[in-house]
Structure formats: C-alpha cells, structure tokens
Design a protein around this ligand. Structure first.
Ligand SMILES: Nc1ncnc2c1ncn2[C@@H]1O[C@H](COP(=O)(O)OP(=O)(O)OP(=O)(O)O)[C@@H](O)[C@H]1O
Length: 249
C-alpha cells in the first residue's frame, strides 16, 4: 500500500479554490518534490496532509487523504496525526529554549519523563539530524545562539524526536546558505531510508538532487507527477516543460 493516497482533493479558502481535484499517491521511503510557480497551491497541499489548514478560518476541504489507508480527516486523531506527519518550515523556528529542550519538547508532551530516556532521544535525534557533533557541548545553551543552518537541522531533530513516519518540508533551505543547504540535502538523502519525505522547493536543481518523484502544480491543479528523471527529461505536459526550462514562473 502507498504511504499516502490523495483522492479528489479540493480545498477552498472561502470562495477561492486553491486545490482542484488533486489525485496523488506517495511511495513509502521516497522523497517527493512539489514544484510550481508561486501561489499554485504547494504549501496548501502539504498542509492538508497533517491538517494544518484546519486552523484557518473559512477553509473547506472535499476528498480524501489516506495515511496507510486511514482517512486522516475521519479516522485519525489530529494529535496522533501531527506526531506521525511532522513538519519543517521555511524559516527555522526553534523555540526560545535550550537546544536540549527543543528536542525533548515533543517526547515530553507525549508523556516521556524519564531523564535517561530523554537523553537518549535527544542524542539520537541530533545525530540523525547531523547536528550532534556541532552542539554536543552546548546542549544547555539557547537554540537561538545557533546559526541559521544549525537551527534548521535542530528543527529537523525536533521533528524526528517524536518518531514520525512522514516529514513535510516547506522550502526548508530557502533561508539558508549553500553549505547549510548541502547539509540538509545530504540529510534528506539519509532520512528517506526511514521516512517518507515531501519537500516543497522552488529550486529545480534541488528537486533534481534530492527527490525520487516530482509533482508539478499549476493554479491549484496537479499537472503531472512521476519519477523525477521522467518529469524533468520527458515531461508529458507542455506546461511542465515550460516551467522546468524556466519559460515561466
Ligand atoms: N490563509 C489563506 N487564506 C486565503 N487564501 C490563501 C491562504 N493561504 C494561501 N492562500 C491562497 O491560496 C493559493 C495557494 O497558495 P499557496 O501558499 O498554497 O501556494 P504556494 O504554491 O505554496 O506558493 P509559494 O510558492 O509562493 O509559497 C494562493 O492563491 C494564495 O493566495
């Protein structure tokens, strides 16, 4: 079974339809890149996968989103869903607390109090986010004292700490320098062995480097989705080709 199956998904912000009949499956342990011009619905789409749009007034959603075959709008509790489907945002947003407490935050909320267990989770998550060596001597310093790139890897560690199954990344490197970007891209390559990753990116080279599959959105529609090499080198739709070759957007 596919990790995520989206069927006939429509989303309206009031009268404005931002997603139109989206049908898309996401393979387990793969990286799916979402590309398309500004305002085409990429962020709206990934936010439907962990119900982040629920918080916005006037949003109406039709269609289904299945996670391991379960309807996330009907059969999965939203707290449980957000644990299973974690999210990393465009701008690193660590909490104004220590590095340690940022990573321990989620596990504590989910009821883990044992100090030894928390220590293990923090170390494991920071290692998985390729940040441990850089912060192991400053775990009790403020997360805000880290560089932007380190802060973003900390946010990834914070997401990993609750053992999600899917990680949504909304332009995770757009605020970062090239070296930090490279580190996050390398990390994505490693993480896909364990997780299913969906990344929004405006950077075609990045989509080419990190993703197994690419989905092209335009004006709220999914124009095409397939293996990244196929979408990049043999697009089925003229609009995909135009976008990828920089003719618009
Ligand atoms: N909270 C909101 N209320 C009303 N309209 C919204 C809201 N969020 C997004 N929209 C509209 O929905 C459409 C899709 O926006 P969305 O942010 O999903 O696009 P995007 O492809 O992620 O764009 P970008 O690449 O610029 O981040 C846009 O027309 C946008 O103006």
């Amino acid at each position: 079974m596919k990790k995520i199956q989206v069927k006939d998904l429509d989303l309206f912000y009031g009268d404005v339809q931002a997603l139109k009949k989206i049908n898309l499956d996401v393979e387990r342990n793969s990286v799916l890149a979402l590309i398309g011009p500004s305002g085409c619905g990429k962020s709206t789409f990934i936010r439907t996968l962990n119900r982040m749009n629920d918080l916005i007034e006037g949003v109406k959603i039709n269609g289904t989103v299945l996670l391991d075959g379960q309807d996330v709008y009907k059969e999965v509790d939203v707290i449980e869903l957000r644990k299973r489907v974690g999210m990393v945002f465009q701008k690193p947003n660590p909490f104004p607390m220590t590095v340690y407490d940022n990573v321990a935050y989620g596990p504590r909320i989910h009821g883990i109090k044992d100090k030894k267990k928390l220590n293990e989770i923090v170390e494991k998550s920071l290692k998985a986010a390729a940040l441990w060596d850089e912060v192991k001597d400053r775990l009790y310093k403020s997360a805000l004292s880290l560089s932007g790139g380190q802060q973003q890897r900390l946010c990834i560690a914070r997401t990993l700490a609750v053992e999600p199954e899917v990680i949504l990344m909304d332009e995770p490197t757009s605020a970062l320098d090239p070296i930090s970007t490279m580190k996050i891209e390398e990390l994505i390559n490693e993480l896909k062995n364990k997780y299913t990753i969906i990344i929004v990116t405006h950077n075609m080279q990045q989509a080419g480097r990190v993703s197994d599959y690419t989905a092209f959105f335009l004006n709220g529609e999914l124009i095409e989705c397939g293996p990244t090499d196929r979408v990049f080198y043999k697009p089925k739709d003229k609009r995909t080709e135009d976008y990828i070759t920089g003719r618009f957007g």
